[in-house]
Design a protein around this ligand. Structure first.
Ligand code: GRG
Length: 290
């Protein structure tokens, strides 16, 4: 247990991220409005993780990490827009409102995702200095959002509807979700110029946090409230998706989520007291209702 007020922490950091994001949407070009529609409204977990890591690693100038934090959110939003498309998950609701293709039509939704994806990389290169670190951050992110990460995980996700294989489930969760969560933690450490072993340890701890995140996402699909989760509950069951509850049941999934939380916290503990915030963040992910 920590004395950190995690709700307050998340709210404060979300405000910082939200106002940084807003500054990137001052263009008059209407595509930016379509892009912003989908960006608006998320929890900002990935950018917050990158900031938490940056600060825990001793980083002090938040402007060093903020553009990258916003870029992570843009890539995440891009993946959500594409995930919701009729050809993939076909979901009408996202972040408590009509999903992008429902609001603007498929073509504009696809293009707004593409725009966010490219815009993220522009942000990653923003500002002067720390060229090596930016290069390392771009390499780390680009490695896990493509065919060795998110896109691979999503491909397995759409293919694997029949087998009830724990091994395949792990592969989907790891690639679709956990690596992106882990790399969000990693880039904070990179930008704080941390030593390689700290960066590696944080990435490994982040993978456990990411697996936990997808377990709680699967649980919320079964028991979550539409108003809180902002998307359609029960979709995984209807579409016959391979999820943790479909293999382990709800109680088994909760038990495994608890184990991932313990594992994540044990790994964050080895980094010392400066990383206490990650214990609170892990507990938040374990107990989240949205
Ligand atoms: C190339 C990046 C890229 C994507 C294309 C469609 C696709 C391939 C990937 C989809 C991956 C996906 C949607 C994974 C699920 C991850 C997940 C648990 C999303 C929900 O994240 P939250 O709860 O949502 O952080 P908010 O709205 O709060 O940001």
């Amino acid at each position: 247990m920590t004395n950190i007020d995690i709700a307050k922490y998340l709210l404060e950091k979300k405000k910082i991220v939200d106002s940084a994001i807003l500054k990137y949407f001052t263009h008059k070009n209407p595509l930016f409005q379509i892009m912003y529609y989908s960006v608006d409204g998320g929890k900002r977990i990935r950018p917050i993780l990158s900031i938490a890591s940056f600060e825990s690693c001793g980083g002090s100038d938040i402007d060093t990490i903020l553009p990258i934090a916003c870029g992570l959110e843009f890539i995440h939003t891009y993946s959500l827009i594409h995930d919701d498309l009729p050809a993939i998950d076909n979901d009408d609701l996202r972040r408590g409102k009509a999903s992008a293709h429902k609001k603007f039509g498929e073509a504009r939704a696809i293009l707004s995702g593409d725009g966010l994806f490219a815009y993220a990389f522009e942000l990653f290169t923003e500002g002067n200095g720390l060229i090596r670190e930016k290069f390392a951050a771009i390499k780390a992110v680009s490695e896990i959002i493509g065919p060795k990460g998110i896109v691979y995980g999503q491909t397995l996700d759409i293919d694997e509807k029949k087998t009830l294989s724990p091994k395949v489930l792990r592969e989907i969760h790891l690639n679709k979700t956990a690596k992106f969560i882990a790399v969000s933690v990693k880039v904070g450490a990179i930008m704080a110029q941390s030593p390689k072993n700290t960066i590696d340890m944080l990435y490994n701890a982040g993978l456990c946090l990411g697996m936990l995140f997808q377990y709680t996402d699967d649980i919320l699909d079964v028991i979550g409230e539409k108003d809180k989760i902002g998307k359609t509950p029960g979709k995984d069951i209807v579409s016959g998706k391979l999820t943790a509850p479909s293999i382990y049941g709800l109680d088994g999934t909760r038990f495994r989520a608890q184990r991932y939380a313990e594992l994540a916290k044990a790994k964050f503990s080895t980094l010392g007291k400066n990383f206490e915030i990650f214990h609170a963040l892990t507990d938040f992910v374990l107990n989240r209702t949205y």
